[in-house]
Design a binder for this molecule. Structure first.
Ligand SMILES: NC(=O)c1ccc[n+]([C@@H]2O[C@H](COP(=O)([O-])OP(=O)(O)OC[C@H]3O[C@@H](n4cnc5c(N)ncnc54)[C@H](O)[C@@H]3O)[C@@H](O)[C@H]2O)c1
Length: 423
């Protein structure tokens, strides 16, 4: 068994590294800079455990990164993990990357191959778009080449752990392809769940993010409600969920919904169904509240410190322990606060590619009047508050959008503290 992973990003890179523990893996990407960096042993993205996985793989010689298509033919399992962005102007997926990946794969197919899709796609894509591309190159699906959809459900910041532990759902065109791909994925760990067809597997991926986006809308709205009632939303949610599984779907509120997946998958599902005459209502309602959240945070800052000259934002990544800034609320909060004339400093220990970002939070808060905690990086859970206090302006304010800072301790040290949903 030899595996090609097409698209070496947040999904493809850890996947390729972990599969190479057992198989020969070819990591193919069209981004020559990325491949050169990987071949030079440099990091292209930050994920806990990824560096170790790559370091372990290198001496085995089983993992190869390339921009050359030549060896793709030798790989009997071809996994697609390219981006599938949502194009709002077309109310559809932008298929540019998927189609180009399919074009490359189809030029290098052999009878008996399995083409597996890890990229998130509208329901029906594996059996229609992918199968059609393969048939147009003279192969019968599934007799000559099988197709598989296996939803990727890792969470950035814990991708390596998730790849090893999460159940692997597989919807295949035929039994042989299911067997082949379950052999591949079973080396990662986690149980294999077989579903009847690729469509079921595709809808599971959509369900994950559609539901999460909607639940986040509900929980964010509850945070706003708690502020009105003078209730601490975190205390309320903790007690509401304790020994009461019916409330297990309640999530933790936050400063906005970041990340590429939650900001596209619900809209992909909606556009998918628009074409079939079913209009999803929850997506727009959740979008309304979720996209308001960064504005709510900047309004909180202005409410408590309208005259702030220097504001530090802790966290640029959209979530903890990743360097991914796609759709991060931090940029919107920064832009809205800058309008009031304040100097806004962005700080993040993971994000090293955005100009002006200060890695060290203690450096970023020097002389600041306001510290806004936006990202739930582990480092921010144990900040040295005394040191922060000594570095900030004499009337320091903390706006904590993630309930990361011990409120009582902060207040005892002389900070003014306000949290999202817990004023
Ligand atoms: N990031 C996540 O946590 C996550 C989780 C679950 C599912 N997904 C889905 O997985 C897919 C990939 O997401 P990602 O975050 O890894 O994207 P990414 O942008 O980090 O990586 C995609 C890679 O594909 C490469 N690429 C584009 N066209 C190519 C082609 N024709 N041939 C080879 N390489 C090509 C790009 O250069 C890039 O390196 C998306 O569909 C996404 O929705 C992502």
């Amino acid at each position: 068994m030899k595996i090609a992973v097409i698209g070496i990003g947040y999904v493809g890179l850890p996947l390729a590294a972990l599969l190479s523990e057992k198989f020969d893996v070819l990591g193919f990407d069209i981004d020559a800079k990325k491949i050169a960096k990987l071949n030079a042993g440099e990091e292209t993205l930050k994920e806990p455990g990824l560096k170790e996985a790559l370091d372990n793989a290198r001496p085995t010689g089983r993992l190869k990164f390339t921009t050359s298509q030549d060896e793709i033919t030798d790989c009997n399992v071809k996994i697609i993990s390219v981006g599938t962005p949502y194009d709002e102007s077309k109310n559809d997926v932008d298929y540019t990357f998927l189609d180009s990946a399919l074009e490359i794969i189809c030029k290098h197919l052999r009878k008996g191959d399995v083409v597996a899709l890890k990229s998130t796609v509208p329901v029906g894509t594996t059996s229609s778009r992918v199968a059609k591309a393969i048939s147009s190159h003279g192969f019968k699906v599934p007799e000559d080449v099988g197709v598989v959809f296996s939803p990727e459900r890792i969470v950035e910041g814990q991708a390596v752990r998730d790849f090893k532990a999460l159940p692997k759902i597989i919807g295949a065109s035929d039994d042989r392809s299911f067997q082949v791909f379950s052999t591949v994925l079973s080396v990662l760990g986690g149980k294999i769940i077989k579903v009847s067809n690729p469509e079921t597997a595709e809808l599971i991926k959509m369900t994950d993010n559609y539901a999460r986006f909607a639940f986040l809308g509900i929980t964010n709205e509850l945070a706003l409600a708690s502020e009105k009632f003078g209730v601490d939303v975190m205390e309320m949610l903790k007690a509401a969920k304790e020994d009461y599984p019916r409330n297990s779907g309640l999530l933790v509120p936050g400063p906005g919904v970041g990340g590429s997946c939650l900001n596209k998958d619900p809209f992909i599902l909606k556009s998918n169904l628009d074409k079939m005459g079913l209009s999803l209502k929850m997506v727009d309602a959740a979008k309304q509240i979720n996209s308001y959240m960064p504005t709510h945070i900047s309004e909180m800052v202005k409410h408590y410190r309208n005259d702030a000259k220097v504001i530090a934002i802790a966290g640029v990544a959209f979530k903890g322990e990743t360097d991914d800034t796609r759709f991060t609320p931090s940029f919107k909060i920064k832009d809205e606060l800058k309008v009031g004339g304040a100097a806004v400093r962005l700080s993040d220990p993971f994000v090293n590619y955005v100009p002006g970002v200060i890695p060290d939070i203690y450096e970023a808060v020097r002389g600041a009047e306001v510290l806004v905690i936006v990202t739930d990086h582990n480092e921010y859970k144990s900040l040295d508050l005394e040191r922060i206090k000594s570095l900030m302006n004499s009337k320091p304010l903390i706006i904590d959008t993630r309930a990361l800072i011990p409120r009582d301790k902060a207040k005892a040290l002389g900070f003014e503290y306000h949290g999202l949903g817990r004023l």
